[in-house]
Structures are given as structure tokens and as C-alpha cells.
Design a protein around this ligand. Structure first.
Ligand SMILES: Nc1ncnc2c1ncn2[C@@H]1O[C@H](COP(=O)(O)OP(=O)(O)O)[C@@H](O)[C@H]1O
Ligand SMILES: [Mg+2]
Length: 460
């Protein structure tokens, strides 16, 4: 993630730099060309002026002087040679004849008397025939008088600098934005984690969707998503554990109080000498102590079951028929003992992907209940893969069935019907486990006829 950030940052900076360099090359080069061409224009103007001073086969000295005077004003040192190579006139000659004020003016513009660099020459023509050559080289301008061109160049450089800072600033801003988009979900997670650490499990699961399209565009969703997903699962597990612990504690307190109160009352009765039948007291005490022992074992059971709630487990693809028959087979002995039949009904080749460890505990509980509360007839287990990604399993018995009032309470912890020798925890465990494998449980029952438990589970 940090690498992505870094690369993007570098990319943007280089684009900014590159655009500046391109600008420098294109615009400044163009401008230099332009400056050179205007200089050439000045030379051609000078040539035309000199050629205009040649009339009727001879130089008009007055107008030639004027031309060379102009040459100096335009910033050139120049001299003219005729066809035979004899020097006709030079700007140096002109300088000698200039008036004092004119000379001063020239001297304020250029470094006089001579120019810099090499002379370059241009041929002079009048009516198609060469009349001589003019040699020119630039006069050096005095430093404190900046050229318009130099001003432009300097402005160009300033512009480049400013644009570079703007581009750099833009890049910096984008980088900030980036960091914000990346760090925001992490910051949220941090805040959430701190709240969880302080014992507040009420925080809502964090979803990345609210960071929007821009965030997804930067494609950091995969890592952050996984982190958020795990975090949400962890919070959910903690929340569940927290509420289970609170429930369990209050259940245990409640369940312990009843037998302990009974034991205490009986002991007090013995102490007070108001007991007529010590055998009955002893029997009661025994019964209550058995209840206590059972409770302690039940707590052990449920603790073990709860431990498995918090393990996500490994999803596996199972052949449903095979799986169910392997879960049911340990009950075969008891079934035969009671003279009950077991019917398995479903497509033998149906496969589903789910958490077999948890499904096994659920089925075992349902089958053992069906076995416990059925005296004649039998148990039928049906399965089917309903829609895509959803399967159902039903455990149906022809047992004693339940009244509506009983049915409403069977999933409560420590609830058990009359003449059940269990601990009343089986269905409580079933209900909690079925949630963890993304399923639902329904029950249908009629007294004296039988009961059916139906599971609807989403595949992993
Ligand atoms: N198949 C069934 N037929 C009739 N009653 C049932 C059936 N399954 C569960 N029950 C009722 O629900 C209660 C709770 O079941 P459970 O939580 O498994 O506890 P336990 O099996 O220890 O009694 C049972 O005591 C019983 O009254
Ligand atoms: Mg049970």
C-alpha cells in the first residue's frame, strides 16, 4: 500500500517535471528562433537600405552614411566593401563624424566603438548584379539596459518556476488525498479497535463502501477489505462471547439458587427438629445435589460448545446423505433397543459446502432428542438442495410431540420438558450453532403425534 502511494507520488512529480522540461524546450526554443529571425529581419532591412544608397553605378555617400547610422541604432557594427573588396565605409567612420550628443546617446546604449564576435557578411545586389558586401556583427548592449527579449526570457523562467511549484503543490495535494483515503479506513479501524479494547462492543461493523468510487479506483480495497472483514468478525465474536457470558452467568446463578435454597431449607428443618421423615429429606438432598452436579457438567458442555462458536471452522464439500448416515449410525443400537425405525430420505449424490463440525453437533442433538421423546414408530431424516446455495435437512419423529407453550421455550438454556433426564442445553446450543453457519431452524409439533425440526442452511 505504501509502495502504491510512493509510486503514485513519484509518477505525479515526474509528470510535473516532464511537462516543465517540455515547456522549456518548446517555448524557449521557439522564442530563441523568433529572436534570431527578428535579428535577421533587421539585417535584411539594413541590406535594403544600403542597396538603396547605390544609384547610377555609384554610392550616394549621404544616404550610405544614414544607412550605417541606422545600422548602429539597430545594434550592429558594420562595414561595406565594394565589388573589388575595397572598403567603402564603416560604422567606425560614422562614429568619428557623429555629433557629441548623438555619440553620448549611442554610448548609453552600446559598448562602443566595436562589436563582439565574428563578422558575418551578406552580398549586396542592385538590379541583379553584385555591387559589394556588407559585414556585420552585433554591438554589445550595456548590461543595465535589459533587452525586451531578455525580459521575456526571464519572465518565462519565472513562469516555469511558478508552474513547477504549482505542479509540485498539486502533486503534494494529491499525495495528501491519497494518504487520506488510505489512512481513513485504518484510522477508523484504530478508533473501533480502541473502543472494543475498552469493552464497547456496540460499534457498527465498518464497511469500506462509504469511501466511494475514488477509493476503489486506487484499488487498495483488497487489503483494507480483508482487514475490515476480519475485524468485523472479531468484534462480532467478542460481542457474542460477551453476551453469552452475561447470559450464562445469570442462568447459572438462577439454576444454582433453586437447589441450594431447597438444600438449605431442608437442612434448617433438620436443625429445628421439625422433620418427621429423615429418609425423605435425605432423598430430597440427594436429588438436589444430583441436580447441582448435572448443572456443573452442563456448564462444562456449553462452555465447550461456545468455544466452537468462535472458531469459524473450515468449510468442506460433503456428500449430504453419507454425512447424515454417519452422524446417525451411533444411535442405531438405541433405536433398535426401543424398536424404532430410522429412515433416510434424499438424493444420495447431493453435495453441499458447509461447516461439517458444527452441522454434526446440531444433527446429533436433534436425533438424540427425537430418540428420547419417541416410544413408537420412528425417525425420518430428509435432505434436499433447495435452491442454488441453500440446502435443507429435516428430522422428524413420531414421538410425544409438544404443546405450544413448551415449544416456545425449548431453545432456552436449561429449559427441559417434563420427564426429560437431560440438562435442557441441547437445543440452546443448536440454536446458537445454526446461526454461526448461516442457517435457520424451525420446529413443528403436535402433541401425541410427533415433532419435526427443519434446518435451512446457506452454503459457504
Ligand atoms: N423431538 C422432540 N419431541 C418432543 N419434545 C422435544 C423434542 N426435542 C426437544 N423437545 C423438548 O425440548 C426440551 C429441550 O430440549 P433440549 O434442549 O435438547 O434439552 P434436553 O434434551 O436436555 O431435555 C426437551 O426437554 C423437550 O421437552
Ligand atoms: Mg437434548
Amino acid at each position: 500500500m505504501r509502495t502504491k502511494l510512493f509510486i503514485s507520488f513519484i509518477l505525479i512529480i515526474s509528470i510535473a517535471l516532464l511537462s516543465n522540461i517540455v515547456f522549456e524546450n518548446l517555448i524557449i526554443k521557439d522564442f530563441d528562433d523568433y529572436v534570431r529571425s527578428t535579428e535577421e529581419d533587421r539585417v535584411y532591412w539594413l541590406l535594403a537600405s544600403i542597396e538603396g544608397s547605390y544609384r547610377d553605378g555609384r554610392w550616394d555617400s549621404l544616404s550610405l552614411r544614414e544607412s550605417l547610422h541606422w545600422a548602429m541604432m539597430l545594434g550592429f557594427e558594420a562595414y561595406i566593401e565594394d565589388r573589388k573588396g575595397i572598403r567603402v565605409l564603416s560604422t567606425q567612420d560614422i562614429l568619428k563624424d557623429l555629433s557629441q550628443s548623438m555619440l553620448k546617446r549611442m554610448a548609453s546604449l552600446f559598448e562602443l566603438p566595436s562589436g563582439v564576435g565574428r563578422f558575418s557578411w551578406y552580398p549586396l545586389y542592385v538590379e541583379g548584379s553584385e555591387i559589394g558586401k556588407v559585414y556585420v556583427r552585433p554591438l554589445k548592449r550595456l548590461g543595465y539596459l535589459p533587452l525586451k527579449e531578455d525580459i521575456f526570457r526571464r519572465r518565462g523562467k519565472e513562469f516555469l518556476l511558478i508552474s513547477f511549484f504549482i505542479a509540485g503543490g498539486g502533486a503534494f495535494f494529491v499525495a495528501l488525498l491519497f494518504t487520506f483515503f488510505l489512512s481513513k479506513p485504518i484510522r477508523n479501524l484504530t478508533i473501533a479497535a480502541e473502543r472494543v479494547a475498552s469493552g464497547d462492543f456496540s460499534i457498527k461493523p465498518i464497511s469500506h463502501h462509504r469511501f466511494g468510487r475514488l477509493y476503489r479506483f486506487f484499488r487498495c480495497e483488497d487489503e483494507i477489505d480483508r482487514l475490515t472483514g476480519s475485524f468485523n468478525y472479531m468484534v462480532e465474536a467478542l460481542r457474542k462471547e460477551d453476551s453469552l457470558r452475561k447470559h450464562l452467568t445469570s442462568n447459572i446463578v438462577h439454576e444454582l439458587r433453586t437447589p441450594l435454597t431447597v438444600i438449605k431449607a431442608n437442612l434448617e428443618a433438620v436443625e429445628d427438629g421439625i422433620v418427621d421423615s429423615p429418609e425423605r429429606v435425605i432423598k430430597t438432598l440427594h436429588g438436589e445435589i444430583d441436580r447441582l452436579i448435572e448443572l456443573v457438567e452442563g456448564i462444562d458442555d456449553i462452555t465447550r460448545a461456545e468455544a466452537s462458536f468462535f472458531k469459524r471452522g473450515h468449510p468442506e464439500t460433503i456428500v449430504l446423505g453419507e454425512f447424515i448416515s454417519s452422524v446417525a449410525s451411533p444411535f442405531q443400537g438405541l433405536l433398535t433397543e426401543k424398536g424404532l425405525t430410522l429412515t433416510l430420505d434424499g438424493n444420495r449424490s447431493t453435495t453441499v459446502s458447509t461447516y461439517p463440525d458444527k452441522l454434526q453437533i446440531i444433527l446429533k442433538n436433534l436425533i438424540s432428542n427425537a430418540l428420547k421423546f419417541t416410544d413408537s414408530g420412528g425417525i425420518t431424516i430428509r435432505w434436499a438442495r433447495d435452491r442454488k446455495g441453500v440446502f435443507t435437512i429435516s428430522v422428524k419423529d413420531t414421538g410425544r410431540g409438544m404443546e405450544k407453550e413448551e415449544m416456545e421455550r425449548i431453545f432456552e438454556r436449561f429449559f427441559k420438558g417434563e420427564n426429560s433426564d437431560g440438562r435442557g442445553l441441547g437445543l440452546a446450543i443448536v440454536r446458537e450453532l445454526i446461526e454461526t453457519i448461516d442457517g435457520q431452524i424451525e420446529v413443528e409439533s403436535s402433541p401425541g403425534k410427533g415433532t419435526e425440526f427443519r434446518l435451512t442452511i446457506k452454503e459457504v
